[in-house]
Design a protein around this ligand. Sequence first.
Ligand code: C5P
Length: 229
Amino acid sequence: MRTGAVIVAAGSGDRLGAGVPKAFVRAAGLPLVTWSVRAFEDARDVTAIVIVCPPGQEREMSAAIGTHGMVHAIVPGGSSRQRSVAAGIAALPHDVGAILVHDAARPLITPGLVGRLVSRLRLHDAIIAAAPVADTLKRADAQGNVDATVDRAGLWGAQTPQVFRAHVIRSVFATADDAELDSATDCAGMAERRGIGVAMLDPGAPNMKVTTQADLRLVEVLLGSGRIA
Ligand code: C5P
């Protein structure tokens, strides 16, 4: 299925403290965002990529990623993640049958994972990468002490990519108001609220989000070890 990929890369990355937007930070020799561009270019189904970047940094983004024929557009992001996703979806070609949304902050994505997700759209309107929670979960009180232990049975951590039939995700965003675009933290949640079934696929391999310097060091090791060749 012809698939358009939106890479959201407009976050500031304040928690990383690198002094530049997170997508530009280099890991194993490449800007974080470029690892995702490469994975999509090598994925069987992806036909167009839109990169959503910090407003005013379109030129820097273009220079950072270099020449990639499949990059259809580089567009400025919004004040929230979901506003950035909306800008990316609006810039995709209209002929795609599937739309995939991915965080630039997850550079361990592989072409194989993209293919597995897209192929399952035959059975589902929406499917996301996600993994069962492995840690015991605690709810904290205002002092940061344990208030309660949360039963982790059935709890999964949502990741990206998140893939949708194109008409489904377009209609989700067409009916979203400002409050939802400001508060939602992923696309699947917006779909769920409209009664759309969302399937989950465990990548079975690390697919972590880079948030801190420690995360960055870890993905450098994994990327540098030739995990993605
Ligand atoms: O902040 P967080 O790690 O949840 O961001 C997830 C992804 O969303 C990152 O790749 C970030 O660049 C992107 N984002 C965005 N526009 C925003 C906020 C975050 O594209 N306004």
